[in-house]
Write a protein that binds this ligand. Structure first.
Ligand code: SAM
Length: 463
């Protein structure tokens, strides 16, 4: 395990000194000198959290966040390169942003496309001011000062300053516990774009969770590309030990984590989940394929049988557990028979939610040289069939909630009906419900479900 200096920096006073209009910006009044920024975010939860960190750093420098690029002095694209499509979108977006350059806006490309493409972004879009990979989110200050234009290393000093995170939710906080990935699945670009696995010190994670819970964020989501491979660099404490400690932080009502790798599930993790009822009984366990032959070519480090055995072990300890997952269809060499095994796995496990993608070739990954490509039309048709099957299973699950009272974490007014409140079930479904609007945000309520809509539930508070 590599030891990384991952200090917690508190830069408030120095950054305020850099603010051009000081406390005026804090009060929300935009003075003539206030600089503005706009962030557009693609991709996974890690990118969302990186944007919250970038936003927090900028606000401490006196910048004010705006909702449109046309009003912004600084435009940041926080990009994703997990599939080719997302990468193309970034370049077409950069083309459109060229106009903003004429009026003097600065443009920065951050995230995984920045890491993957580096200098090439400046060659294709010379109007970009800087390119900054995910390892350098904590170094935005120096980059804004213009010291470096292309910053795509993975510095030993990761600078993780949780005090500055600009969290959009009043009830939920995402907390990074590790970055990078050592698994090297043959289809995946993450080890290139996010580097080798680095875990944060145990005590730093607990300090951040305490601070978030003290500010009313009663739902905590621990984040990492392979979150359950966590190991404290100083003490060697594992993910299960961390999970227990976080679950015991006062006021943490719901604890989620993302993304677990099936091969890293162990007894310590299962026991920590079993012993703490505030740990969500809804586990995201990406399988990618139901065929052991495909899993071997993907280098997923488990077979279909081993994956199911892992689920059984979890279920034996926590009978009420249920699962969500990711699938890739059309991986090179995937036969109709292999695909049928993905369908049969979905029937067997009955996932509550499922994310599925057509295989997308990624630069430099070993899958480029493995097996015959699957025809695009065949892959599209398989994806449709897979979604149709899961739609039916999900529908049955939502219907089965009718008449039941579910614990719902109250998050605020409903987005679709101002007379209703909204929150989420343990398995992450949105529930719109009738209730008392003076209920404190973050309360755990008993909601009787009376209606299952296409993707959401409706009900009424009973407890
Ligand atoms: N680290 C997690 C893991 O390995 O289980 C997943 C991280 S990735 C951001 C999210 C999902 O994107 C993966 O689970 C996979 O289903 C999908 N994905 C990754 N690479 C892909 C590729 N080359 N083509 C299509 N989908 C891909």
């Amino acid at each position: 395990m590599r030891e990384t200096n991952w200090p917690t920096r508190v830069t408030r006073s120095r950054d305020w000194a850099n603010s051009e209009c000081g406390a005026g910006a804090l009060a929300g009044a935009r003075c003539a000198m206030t600089k503005t920024f706009f962030i557009e975010t693609w991709g996974c939860q890690m990118n969302d959290l990186d944007s919250q960190r970038l936003s927090g750093t900028l606000k401490l420098r006196g910048f004010e966040r705006v909702d449109s690029e046309t009003e912004a002095d600084l435009i940041l694209l926080n990009t994703c390169s997990i599939r080719e499509k997302s990468e193309h979108k970034v370049f077409s977006r950069l083309g459109a942003l060229r106009e903003e350059k004429w009026r003097g806006a600065k443009i920065g490309v951050c995230g995984c496309v920045a890491q993957q493409e580096g200098e090439r972004i400046l060659e294709r879009a010379p109007w970009v001011d800087f390119v900054m990979g995910p390892g350098n989110v904590g170094h935005l200050d120096e980059i804004l000062e213009g010291q470096r234009k292309v910053v795509v290393d993975f510095p030993e000093d990761r600078r993780y300053d949780f005090i500055t995170i600009d969290r959009p939710s009043l009830t939920k906080a995402q907390v990074t516990i590790m970055e990078g990935c050592n698994k090297n699945c043959t289809f995946c670009i993450v080890p290139t774009t996010r580097g080798r696995e680095v875990s944060r010190p145990f005590d730093d994670v607990i300090a951040e969770v305490r601070s978030a819970a003290d500010s009313g964020r009663v739902e905590i989501e621990l984040l990492g590309q392979t979150v359950n491979a966590y190991r404290c660099p100083a003490s060697g404490r594992d993910f299960g030990t961390l999970l227990r400690a976080v679950a015991e932080v006062p006021r943490v009502l719901r604890l989620r984590f993302m993304t677990s790798h099936p091969a890293e599930v162990n007894d310590s993790m299962i026991a920590a989940m079993r012993d703490h009822s505030n740990v969500s009984r809804y586990l995201h366990l990406p399988v990618q394929s139901g065929s052991s032959a495909v899993l071997r070519r993907m280098k997923r480090l488990y077979t279909r049988e081993k994956y199911l055995e892992t689920m059984l072990r979890i279920r034996a300890a926590i009978p009420e557990i249920h699962f969500s997952t990711d699938f890739i269809v059309g991986f090179p060499g995937e036969s109709e028979e292999d695909f049928q095994q993905s369908l049969s796995l979905i029937e067997e496990v009955r996932y509550g939610s499922l994310f599925a993608f057509k295989y997308s070739p990624r630069p430099g990954t070993p899958a480029l040289k493995i097996g015959a490509p699957v025809d695009d039309a065949v892959a599209s048709e398989r994806l449709t069939r897979l979604f149709e099957l899961h739609e039916r299973i999900k529908r049955e699950r939502l219907e089965s909630y009718r008449g039941r009272v579910l614990p719902v974490l109250y998050e605020g007014p409903s987005k679709h009906d101002a007379t209703m409140l909204a929150g989420r079930t343990d398995d992450n479904y949105v529930v719109n419900f009738a209730g008392d609007a003076s209920t404190p945000l973050g309360s755990m309520l008993g909601v009787r479900i009376d209606h299952a809509q296409h993707h959401t539930l409706r009900g009424e508070v009973v407890a």
